[in-house]
Design a protein around this ligand. Sequence first.
Ligand SMILES: *Cc1c(COP(=O)(O)O)cnc(C)c1O
Length: 342
Amino acid sequence: MVSEQIDWDALTFSFTPTDTMYVAKCKLGEEWTKGEMMPYGDISISPAAGVLNYGQGLFEGMKAQRSVNGGIVLFRPERNAARLQSGAKRLGMPPVPKEMFLDAVESVVAANARWVPPTGKGALYIRPVLWGTGAILGVSPAPEYTFMIYVCPVGPYFKGGMHPISLKVSDEYHRACPGGSGGVKAIGNYAPGMMPSKGAKKEGFAEIIYLDAVEHRYVEEVGAANFFCVKDNVVYTPELTGTILPGITRASIVDLARSKGYEVCEEKIDIEFALQADECFCAGTAAVISPIGSICHGDVCTMYCNNEVGPVTRELYDALTGIQTQVDPDEFGWMREVPIPN
Ligand SMILES: *Cc1c(COP(=O)(O)O)cnc(C)c1O
């Protein structure tokens, strides 16, 4: 497919193969060797690979966007590099050096530049993965690791404008437990959420809200996004206790809200409190900021802002996307321009 033929308006949040991917390898106890770019395609892997048998794998999710200035920009990519490193330590994998991660991300984006949608039509989703690809029989770290990056154009998360979603609190399932792997993007954290999420969708909800696994009362996350609520103009988000994924969007919203004069509380959020809030939204790279129109917990349902986008949600959404598309000045130094060779 040549870029002239890409129908940007038809893009959704689904997989499309692109031109080029990046692959690097590392043996346990050694240094990473320089990665290479290769045509996007299937890879060959041992059936005894640690990632396939024991879930020794991590992923990251980022976006490259075409800014209003015409350049291609990344949002805080050094944060993704750092998060992949902390995940690697947790799963016994060799951390990828930050500079190597950033160079690789830039190279893949540059090589697939024709797949970056025009401003406002979506983004190039970037998926770095780190896997134990060496063969291992016993439950222990694999002897060899692969760090790969592939990219995929995606449409805007909300086509035709933001619309609030309805959520259901799960009393049955938990996403993570203290001391587990919920605080890193371990691949094994995601499959267990698929069935609960599918069940909620069948009942007409967009996603599940997970509560903490110990007291079953504090809000943790919304599917694979972080939770926020607003009450009397104070912005609340669950504190990072190790069971919540430290989202880069989450951290950025905390900084943005404070810079706009809001008080921001990072603390335990009782679901009863969230049900009394004025506004709720969830946040992550894919959805940016998604307004929550209603939450049901058992038979109790709360509707927020008459099922419309709340004012604080709207303000933070506009501020964040304004910085990300470079409509507004990058006062925090969050944006990184990808050099595109001619
Ligand atoms: C990736 C992810 C998020 C959002 O993180 P961002 O860095 O903002 O994209 C939130 N929760 C979970 C469980 C995630 O996997």
